[in-house]
Design a protein around this ligand. Structure first.
Ligand SMILES: Cc1cc2nc3c(=O)[nH]c(=O)nc-3n(C[C@H](O)[C@H](O)[C@H](O)COP(=O)(O)OP(=O)(O)OC[C@H]3O[C@@H](n4cnc5c(N)ncnc54)[C@H](O)[C@@H]3O)c2cc1C
Length: 499
């Protein structure tokens, strides 16, 4: 027997807990369950346990619109973010509606019944548990939880030390007085370097090519002043908008005046590391600012660590692993006791779930995203997906509000099914993201497309999305609303279950 809910939310991370909050607030009569594959709330902020794990965007925009971030640090550590998500769940009774250890594997839509059947594996025996729902909300993040991405390096088996990936950090890893090489130049690598360098003998960040790195104060003095002097919600609202506008301004400037922005960023690094440091080799990327995400470091921690000599940067390519470390294409060899492969994530959409509509398998890569949240020809399913150029939660909050508005609209008009249909021949396909980051390029053939015009175009612009998603028409001529015959009949009310 399948239990029925108005909505099934997949994932109990930042987005899933946010989705449940918005549903409770805006559609209080709707029943829902959150299916979570792991045994904990928090998603990313519970999974990643490497030393120094922290956000790389400020918590005024990574936090929810409805729950002020009350801590002094704007760039927060992983455990504080996890606590914030858990607190949201318990304060609002959302935790009672979570089924842990339910890994969702399949979802099949039936137009005749206007409902999804969702199948999850549960427990060590992987027992199949079935749920049905009117609306499926995927809050399953954007990467595989099974493991991170590690390129194939020759000779890894010959290395005598330990090799670790930040996504599966071993609790017992002792790096005190050890020589550590961290492969990578992204947010994880720049976080790990200064943190591990505090105890390690030396840390080398080995990168194939540099990333733009920018330092910001870990605490936002203005936001903290607001917090001390104004009611919490007002202070948070002002701090949030200030950061939104700042992010939008820097992104636009980077796209319009890339050379100016490049000079500005490199001058800052020069000021940090001094005129003798080889910034051209180690901190000057071969792409323009915001063609990939900028790497933020709080309170110049990376630069101070480099200046102190506790860590260093090597820009080179790996020839092979050796018993003692890594041989580079330049002929140099890096000695290491521990190698950390901070080489990224494996992108995965819809939590790896198989989807079918009326018995036909859906290839999500062949779909076009509607308003950055639904997929062409896939009914009653939305995904919470954040911005690439700003904090994740900004877009997720708007998506959740929009889904609730749409559900209320459907109830008011007696509709059971909503399906985005792309029938405009003047709209052409574009890649989902115009980012050159490796993890996005690697996944290009599994990602959906965006369209060249609204409502299929992703503008990556919070202010614009705020207006269109909060105030724009639900019945916009692209979303097809319908009431399949059987669902429209005054049949027995489904049994409303509570989780
Ligand atoms: C190290 C790191 C740092 C980051 N820092 C920032 C930052 O500073 N700012 C920013 O904006 N973004 C950042 N991000 C992106 C980050 O993932 C988002 O900010 C946000 O945490 C995503 O929340 P989410 O709930 O959508 O997804 P996740 O946190 O990934 O949570 C998804 C949840 O869904 C569950 N799930 C997945 N598939 C299934 C399934 N099939 N069945 C059941 N459950 C499933 C998972 O177990 C997990 O609990 C960072 C990401 C990483 C990896």
């Amino acid at each position: 027997m399948a239990q029925h809910f108005d909505m099934v939310i997949v994932g109990a991370g930042l987005s899933g807990i946010g989705a449940a909050y918005h549903l409770q607030a805006n559609c209080p009569r709707k029943s829902y369950v959150v299916l979570e594959g792991r045994e904990a709330i928090g998603g990313t902020w519970d999974l990643f346990r490497y030393p120094g794990i922290r956000s790389d965007s400020d918590m005024y925009t990574l936090g929810y619109s409805f729950k002020p971030w009350r801590e002094a640090k704007a760039i927060a550590d992983g455990p504080s973010i996890r606590n914030y998500v858990c607190e949201t769940a318990s304060e609002n009774g959302i935790d009672r509606n979570i089924r842990f250890g339910h890994q969702v594997k399949r979802a099949s839509w039936s137009s005749v019944d206007a409902r999804w059947t969702v199948e999850a594996e549960h427990g060590p025996e992987k027992e199949i548990v079935r749920f049905t729902c009117n609306f499926l909300f995927m809050c399953s993040g954007y990467y595989s939880y099974a493991g991170g991405y590690t390129p194939e390096f020759a000779g890894t088996e010959s290395f005598a030390g330990r090799i670790v990936h930040p996504q599966k950090w071993p609790e017992d890893l002792d790096y005190k007085n050890k020589r550590v090489v961290i492969i990578g130049s992204g947010a994880t690598a720049v976080t790990l370097v200064p943190e591990m360098a505090k105890d390690a003998a030396h840390v080398t960040m080995l990168q194939r090519s540099p990333t733009y790195v920018v330092s910001r104060p870990g605490e936002d003095a203005f936001a903290n002043w607001l917090r001390r002097n104004l009611p919490a919600k007002l202070a948070y609202g002002i701090a949030r908008w200030r950061m939104v506008l700042l992010q939008m301004f820097t992104f636009r400037l980077a796209r319009r005046r890339p050379e100016k922005m490049k000079k500005f960023l490199l001058d800052m690094v020069r000021q940090e590391l001094g005129p003798d440091y080889d910034i051209a080799t180690h901190f000057t990327p071969n792409y323009n600012p915001w063609d990939q995400r900028l790497c933020l470091v709080p309170d110049s921690d990376l630069f101070q660590s480099i200046k102190s000599g506790k860590s260093s940067v090597v820009t080179d390519q790996i020839e092979s692993f050796t018993p003692k470390g890594i041989k580079l294409k330049s002929g140099k060899e890096l000695q290491a006791d521990i190698i950390v492969t901070a080489t990224g994530l494996k992108l995965e959409l819809l939590g790896g779930m198989q989807v079918s509509v009326d018995g036909v398998a859906v290839n999500i890569a062949k779909t076009m995203t509607y308003k950055g949240m639904m997929y062409s020809d896939v009914p009653n399913l939305a995904s919470a997906f954040g911005y690439t150029n700003a904090s994740w939660t900004l877009k997720c909050d708007l998506t959740c509000e929009y889904v609730c508005r749409m559900l209320n609209y459907m109830d008011a008009h007696g509709y059971k099914q909503c399906t985005p249909r792309q029938r405009d021949p003047s709209i052409h396909e574009e890649p989902w993201f115009d980012f050159s980051s490796g993890y996005i390029q690697r996944a290009a053939d599994v990602l959906p497309k965006q369209g060249s015009k609204k409502p299929w175009k992703l503008y990556q612009n919070y202010a614009l999305d705020l207006v269109t998603l909060r105030l724009g028409r639900i019945d916009d001529g692209t979303m097809e609303f319908s009431s399949p015959h059987r669902a429209a009949m005054p049949a027995k009310e489904p049994v409303r279950a509570t989780a």
